[in-house]
Design a binder for this molecule. Structure first.
Ligand code: SF4
Ligand code: SF4
Length: 406
């Protein structure tokens, strides 16, 4: 296993992190026996960063991890978990959530505590509720050792959050198809320049870049001078960036874990040759040729006067074009972020066809026309009803939520 340092603390983290969001399951819950074996096998082979969250596995993940890290395993790893800011209604709630998380994880401190899944509006709200004061206090009294945030919005918002606090780490979605989406390469470099450790999630887009590979892309991997499977190509490409500290993988079986540990043992920064990088570029280009909306994520069309997240909508639509419109992760993300469950609504159906974006688009995309296609794909009546119900329920849940946990 290779290790990289968190710039501000010098803490040495394994470049492969264990994401505890896709653990093996049994009877609609975590299969404790299999998942414990898996996590301990990872730790025995050098993995020292485990990432969980309040919400993973229907709120079972943290509690499970507390049990799985008994017998001396807790001392061998850094635990990262996250504040579910959308359930937080006050500054006091932040302390309550953290206390419950410490209990669930059976520990006195969280090594890396992140504000979960920030968007522009989520950030504004939680900041107004005093999250930075909370982080300062929790770091001072030792309940958390390092602070960070996970992120799902555009580069501009990412930079704003980076500049708002002396963060230790951040968690971003990044892979060879997302160089220009969300934080993107620009965000990655920006955070690294500020000495913030960068943890990467979705390195294989929820596994889509590792399985069901389109034949056109498969041919490119087959033609490469070095033989690697698609997952290995995807991971090596991310680790090739010196700015990346840890890559999270949601591993659910031992063979996948062993394969990733092997890959991680040789993934030095800047170790891919120009020929290897070209292979990945060709695969990314081929994927992009398979999409029907040629959006590059340049953001020139933004902001939309009614709040449509134009590149975000097109990215999720294109993801469906490549990986199949039954791709549940694209639907789920659209519901959470574009339909305004987490953050402000920014979906295609808001488009009023004003045309202001069209002249700014270097790809000359008929944006209002394409928004109709995105809406038809992601905003069927039942989804709109579900989103509207969730938007109404969430504030109520925030007010009474703690009754459930006490
Ligand atoms: S055409 Fe639609 S997406 Fe484009 S700026 Fe106008 S409202 Fe926004
Ligand atoms: S300007 Fe065009 S290519 Fe750029 S993000 Fe907007 S729609 Fe995509």
């Amino acid at each position: 296993m290779l290790y990289r340092e968190v710039p501000k603390s010098g803490d040495k983290l394994s470049i492969l992190g264990f994401g505890a969001m896709r653990l093996p399951e049994k009877n609609s819950g975590i299969d404790h026996e299999k998942a414990t074996t898996l996590i301990r096998h990872a730790i025995d082979n050098g993995v020292n960063y485990i990432d969980t969250a309040w919400t993973y596995h229907g709120e079972e993940s943290e509690k499970f991890l507390g049990d799985a890290l008994a017998d001396g395993y807790r001392e061998k790893v850094r635990i990262a978990t996250k504040m579910p800011h959308w359930l937080v209604s006050s500054r006091q709630d932040m302390d309550r959530f953290l206390e419950l998380q410490l209990e669930r994880l059976r520990t006195d401190n969280i090594d890396y505590y992140l504000i979960h899944s920030l968007t522009a509006s989520g950030w504004r709200e939680i900041k107004d509720k005093g999250v930075l004061e909370f982080v300062d206090a929790a770091k001072k009294d030792g309940r958390i050792r390092n602070a960070g945030f996970s992120f799902h919005d555009n580069t501009e918002v990412f930079k704003e959050i980076v500049d708002s606090y002396d963060w230790d780490i951040c968690l971003i979605q990044y892979n060879y198809l997302d160089e220009n989406h969300q934080a993107g390469t620009e965000g990655l470099k920006y955070a690294a320049e500020k000495d913030i450790g960068v943890i990467v999630m979705e390195p294989l887009r929820g596994g889509s870049l590792a399985t069901n590979i389109p034949p056109e892309v498969e041919r490119i991997w087959d033609e490469a001078t070095i033989k690697r499977n698609p997952a290995e190509w995807g991971l090596r490409w991310i680790w090739n960036h010196p700015e990346v500290t840890v890559v999270l993988s949601g591993m659910s079986d031992i063979s996948q874990l062993d394969e990733n540990i092997r890959t991680a043992s040789e993934a030095f920064p800047d170790s891919l040759t120009e020929d290897e990088l070209n292979t990945v570029r060709r695969a990314a280009k081929k994927y992009k040729e398979l999409v029907t909306i040629p959006c590059t994520g340049c953001n020139y069309c933004m902001p939309c006067p009614v709040g449509v997240d134009i590149p975000g909508c097109f990215d999720l639509y294109n993801s469906g074009e490549i990986f199949g419109h039954n791709d549940s992760s694209a639907k789920h993300r659209y519901l959470l972020y574009q339909m305004g469950i987490l953050g402000e609504r920014s979906s295609a159906s808001l488009c009023v066809s004003c045309g202001k974006c069209v002249e700014k688009c270097p790809q000359q995309i008929d944006i209002p026309g394409k928004m109709k296609e995105v809406e038809a794909q992601f905003e069927r009546p039942v989804v709109k009803l579900k989103a509207s119900a969730m938007r109404r329920i969430l504030p109520v849940f925030r007010r009474v939520g703690f009754l459930k946990y006490r």
